[in-house]
Design a protein around this ligand. Structure first.
Ligand SMILES: [Zn+2]
Length: 141
């Protein structure tokens, strides 16, 4: 019988949440730029109101938005709650699926759980992204 360390499970759960939030941050970029035919790589993230580039420490998924109170650091114009929401939802896909896998497959090793998490959460994220892009094309978001 395989005995996993709960501390390792919690570590991986938090790690997968943070990893998923980073994927969600990229998803935000893709959802905004792809339907508009813009590059995913350039320019770096910027405020659409004042044009200032977002500093790296303000661009940390979920926490950056919370730290700034949902407003641009430079011009104080509001930043949509959609950004941290998509980051958090994607983070929950990854962290939550890892947590579910821990409980559903208590005999599995962490490598198997991580692989299942990446596969399942990855597919959910692609589907989520496709849905968001469809709504973005309709100008709902
Ligand atoms: Zn601004």
């Amino acid at each position: 019988m395989l005995v996993r360390d709960p501390v390792v499970d919690v570590f991986f759960c938090v790690w997968f949440f943070l990893f998923g939030a980073c994927i969600g941050s990229f998803l935000n970029v893709a959802v905004y730029r792809l339907p508009r035919g813009k590059s995913l790589a350039y320019p770096p993230s910027f405020c659409p109101c004042c044009g200032h580039f977002i500093r790296w420490f303000d661009n940390i998924p979920v926490f950056g938005w919370l730290k700034l109170g949902g407003k641009c650091r430079d011009c104080r114009s509001p930043i949509s709650v959609r950004y941290p929401l998509i980051e958090a939802i994607t983070g929950i896909f990854f962290g939550g699926i890892f947590l579910a896998a821990v409980f559903l497959l208590p005999e599995a090793g962490v490598t198997v759980l991580a692989a299942l998490t990446l596969l399942t959460a990855g597919m959910m994220t692609v589907f989520f992204g496709a849905v968001l892009i469809c709504f973005s094309k309709r100008s709902v978001l």
